[in-house]
Ligand binder design. Structure first.
Ligand code: BGC
Length: 574
């Protein structure tokens, strides 16, 4: 592709920082969707390798690669038929190893998905389990003579599933599944299952990956009378995996995908003494960012963060705006859900399960101001942000595709055929390129975003670079401060660590965000300890004013406006 500045400076390997994940920016990309180097119509590992310079240029620290393992692909690859084989259309294991090496050489880490809860029904373990109940795999899955056990466990894929049990005509018993009926749940009461899964962890860690996202982790154990989520035994198993990783692969991370309320999701961090995951995705806060933008008030964000218990010192939240799944509305109240469907999914085709299957830009009506504000929020609230491929160039979706494929279409690189994703006959692509009126490949692609200095892509790169200069966004304490205006969310991030004299990064940053669609003024109450501090714009460097003797600072914000303001005290100035 022409016009792309490949001059991204080569970074000599990875930053040697055991807490790298606390200040990292993650980027989720689907190998299938990124770049096709063989003309097969499907992306591949070599394609990802060929785009690593771009990812490095953007300022990404870690790529999250969803499943690329052998699979019949009835659930985007989350239906695994062999944990240690890759899909042939993506390349070979050697290609994958090369990808890890090339990413590391650019200072980029890679985490992959570890789908512990279930396999595909095509997995040889399931085939053996159904045909030979007394054999070594007979007890690898959860079998029952009735479909009445574990009554009361909710169904997750409400659009397609009527029960968590499906009758298997070969074994003539029912098997348990929390997701699709072709995805039987593994039986974690069987120690052989845990051993087999530990070997899977070793296989990929030996390949050099930097960690795992633990897919669908709350559902490992079920018990009569229990709701089947976050069972104490499930936590025991996570602790066991963490202990093994710490012992055999120190420094690699586990990131929990636990779509649970704040008080339950924090349990997947474990404690300092008995750690579970270093990171957990913060599912409850994500929908509240979207909610607050339409409600035009700060309270929904303040409330969900107030409900979030503190996490152990070794932990960090993972935050995100969108990912490969529907924008889940499981964690909001019925009233909030109804409002969000009304605001964000007026067409029933935009909905999937308990959520919305649209991409970020169409969700926000293609409003640059709103997209910038929601990024400013996710990049400054507690946690390490995870971006979703294509959102950096304003990609659209295709709600006429089935299920979550709506937002899994090919990455758009150029205005050319197949948006530069593939040289194949367009009809051969794994999914069509988005060619809608507002989001067509002619307008929305990396090449054209690169060519426009004012594009969102360049904006995002600049803001990510500013964030990287100031580790306070990753490691700082978080305190909401009174803005005197319900439409303005104001909070402080404060780096309380001991610092070296050379460290010139901001110690304290005041983040102010106008959630409203009209200009607003606020008088932020910081406290008298900040009286006299200079207020400096983190992005542009200009000094705005000085905090008053009463500890207040006035701020004027345009519609959807925001600032990150470093507060420089005499101590900071040295
Ligand atoms: C993944 C989904 C997948 C489900 C079942 C998840 O939570 O993110 O894409 O469908 O697990 O495997």
């Amino acid at each position: 592709m022409s016009g792309f500045p490949t001059g991204a400076s080569p970074v000599p390997g990875l930053r040697r920082d055991p807490e790298w994940f606390k200040t990292a920016v993650f980027y989720e990309l689907l190998a299938r969707a990124f770049s096709d180097t063989t003309g097969s119509g499907t992306g591949d590992f070599q394609g990802v390798i060929s785009k690593l310079d771009y990812i490095q240029w953007l300022g990404v620290d870690c790529i999250w690669l969803p499943p690329f393992y052998a699979s019949p692909l009835r659930d985007g690859g989350y239906d695994i038929a062999d944990y240690t084989a890759v899909l042939p259309e993506f390349g070979t294991i050697e290609d994958f190893r090369q990808l890890v090496g090339e990413a590391h050489a650019r200072g980029i880490r890679i985490i992959t998905d570890f789908v512990m809860n279930h396999t595909s029904d095509q997995h040889p373990w399931f085939q053996a389990s159904r045909s030979d109940p007394d054999g070594p795999y007979g007890d690898f899955y959860v079998w029952s003579d009735t479909d009445e056990k574990y009554d009361g466990v909710r169904i997750i894929f409400v659009d397609t599933e009527e029960s968590n049990w499906t009758f298997d005509p070969i074994r003539r018993q029912f098997f348990w599944h929390r997701f699709f009926s072709h995805q039987p749940d593994l039986n974690y009461e069987n120690p052989a299952v845990i051993d087999a899964m530990k070997d899977v962890v070793r296989f990929w860690m030996d390949m050099g990956i930097d960690g795992f996202r633990l897919d669908a982790i709350p559902y490992l154990i079920e018990e009569e009378g229990h709701n089947g989520e976050n069972h104490p035994r499930t936590h025991e198993i996570v602790r066991e995996i963490r202990a093994m990783v710490d012992e055999e692969y120190p420094g690699r991370i586990l990131l929990a995908e636990a779509n649970q309320p704040p008080a339950e999701v924090v349990d997947y961090f474990g404690s300092d003494e008995e750690p579970e995951c270093q990171m957990c995705f913060h599912f409850p806060v994500m929908p509240m960012l979207y909610y607050a933008l339409r409600d035009e008030r700060a309270a929904p964000i303040i409330d969900v963060l107030a409900d979030t218990p503190p996490i152990p010192a070794g932990g960090q939240w993972g935050t995100f705006l969108r990912n490969h799944d529907e924008l889940t509305l499981e964690m909001v109240t019925p009233e909030q859900r109804a409002a969000m469907y009304g605001w964000y999914a007026p067409d029933p085709r935009m909905r999937a399960n308990v959520g919305i299957r649209r991409r970020l830009w169409p969700l926000l009506g293609n409003s640059r101001a709103e997209v910038e504000l929601i990024h400013a929020l996710v990049l400054s609230l507690p946690g390490s942000p995870c971006l979703y491929y294509g959102d950096e160039i304003g990609m659209g979706d295709n709600i006429w595709l089935e299920d979550r494929d709506a937002s899994r279409t090919p990455m758009q690189w150029t205005p050319d055929r197949n948006a530069g994703f593939s040289s194949a006959d367009p009809g051969k692509l794994y999914l069509p390129v988005v060619d809608s009126l507002a989001f067509n490949r002619g307008a929305i692609n990396v090449e054209s975003a690169m060519a426009q200095p004012s594009s969102f892509l360049h904006w995002l790169r600049k803001v990510l670079a500013a964030r990287k200069e100031h580790p306070v966004f990753g490691v700082g304490d978080f305190t909401v401060v009174e803005s005197g205006n319900e439409r303005v969310l104001a909070f402080l991030r404060t780096d309380k660590r001991n610092r070296t004299p050379e460290d010139r990064s901001a110690r304290t940053v005041l983040c102010v965000n106008n959630l409203s669609s009209t200009a607003q003024g606020a008088s932020v109450q910081l406290g008298v300890e900040y009286a006299g501090a200079r207020v400096r714009d983190v992005i542009g460097g200009a000094v705005f004013n000085v905090v008053g003797d009463d500890g207040r600072v006035p701020v004027t914000l345009g519609d959807r406006g925001w600032f990150w303001l470093a507060l420089e005290t005499d101590e900071d100035r040295g």
